[in-house]
Design a protein around this ligand. Structure first.
Ligand code: ADP
Ligand code: MG
Length: 346
């Protein structure tokens, strides 16, 4: 049984150009859940993580509109709320999909916290836009009264709040989930963890934790989670079939099996969008560089084939030399089995 972390992007949760209604989200998640259920039916041990961009943006906006009547909560609380919202949605649809394919599991969404470093340079240079657009006067007022940092987006006509996106350092609930899986609970449960990268917290002097207004990149958090849980495979599900070189050109080339060193070269050459494909490529490289076996970037439609190595952009650990030399089908199967038994959770 291979332990697999699947990281769901925004598009697997809510269609990109949709109004953002609940029924839309349910329909989309139903489709996503079918793909995830297939992974479990194939005998893998599944753990799920997900993004929360649009949801947390809506919650922040809601709080602003309602401010005269309901006290606004800090943004890190909105992070926690969105973990609850999406975790509930995944639980609803995934448990139903698993029951349908006769591999029933209890889906367990957790509200998770992720430690960040208060000295992370991201705190001095907020870069992640959240929430609505403001006119210049309004932007000035918010800067003065709330200390917000805002940036003008000329193309879209307005100012937007920027929040820091610090690096995730530690996932606080990791020891508990790791222990549960190592005890064999993965045969009974699917954990949904660190949604939106987890709620960012910093350590106080007395050892307790303080929430901070920031957004952790969910792909960076996914690499951390996959490592913390000893996953053999990290799958990043997004809205394109993989990473491409020359993405904006007509001669774009989708990457399939790619050596880590080559992928790193493309990353350095700026082939992948900052804040979109870039963090995904960083995450898969980070995962295999630090002991992960295999990592794939793919879309929902190709998910099943990607798990068999027939789709998606795939990177393997460089120590896995036999598998790198693209063997035939039968050899691949044997290699996979060998690899799986080697990586069976201890
Ligand atoms: P998610 O919400 O799943 O995290 P993102 O929108 O953040 O997804 O990232 C996926 C997007 O990255 C794609 O839709 C694509 O527009 C963009 N992208 C930027 N550079 C590349 C590239 N080189 N190859 C593929 N996609 C790219
Ligand atoms: Mg996105």
């Amino acid at each position: 049984m291979t332990r697999v972390l699947v990281a769901l992007g925004g598009n697997a949760i809510q269609p990109a150009r949709a109004a953002g209604t609940w029924p839309e989200a349910v329909r989309r998640m139903r489709r996503t859940a079918r793909g995830l259920a297939r992974i479990v039916a194939q005998g893998h041990e599944l753990v799920v993580t997900h993004g929360n961009g649009p949801q947390v943006g809506n919650l922040v906006r809601e709080a602003e509109i309602a401010a005269a009547e309901v006290p606004a909560l800090p943004m890190f609380v909105a992070d926690a709320e969105s973990e609850g919202e999406i975790g509930f949605l995944v639980a609803q649809e995934l448990s139903a999909a698993l029951a349908r394919v006769r591999v029933p599991r209890t889906v367990v969404p957790l509200v998770c916290r992720t430690e960040v470093d208060p000295r992370d340079p991201a705190f001095r240079a907020p870069s992640k836009p959240v929430g609505r657009f403001y006119r210049a006067a309004e932007a000035r007022r918010r800067r003065a009264t709330r200390g917000w940092i805002l940036r003008e987006d000329r193309a879209r006509g307005g100012w937007r709040r920027l929040v820091p996106s610090p690096r995730p350092r530690r996932w606080l609930e990791a020891p508990a989930v790791r222990a549960a899986l190592d005890l064999g609970l993965g045969r009974a449960c699917v954990f949904v963890v660190t949604g939106g990268g987890g709620v960012p917290v910093v350590r106080r002097k007395d050892g307790s934790w303080q929430g901070v207004d920031a957004v952790i990149d969910k792909d960076r958090a996914a690499a951390l989670v996959a490592r913390a849980l000893g996953c053999a495979l990290l799958v990043i599900v997004t809205d394109v079939p993989g990473a491409a070189v020359g993405f904006d050109r007509s001669d774009r080339r989708w990457l399939r099996d790619v050596p880590a060193a080559e992928l790193r070269r493309y990353l350095r050459a700026g082939e992948f969008g900052a804040g979109s494909m870039g963090p995904k490529v960083e995450a898969v490289l980070d995962f295999v560089a630090r002991g992960g076996d295999e990592a794939v970037i793919t879309d929902l439609a190709s998910l099943a084939r990607a798990l068999d190595g027939r789709a998606g952009t795939r990177v393997r650990s460089s120590s896995d030399r036999s598998a790198r030399s693209s063997p035939g089908r039968a050899a691949r199967r044997i290699l996979r089995r060998r690899r799986q038994s080697r990586l069976t959770p201890r």
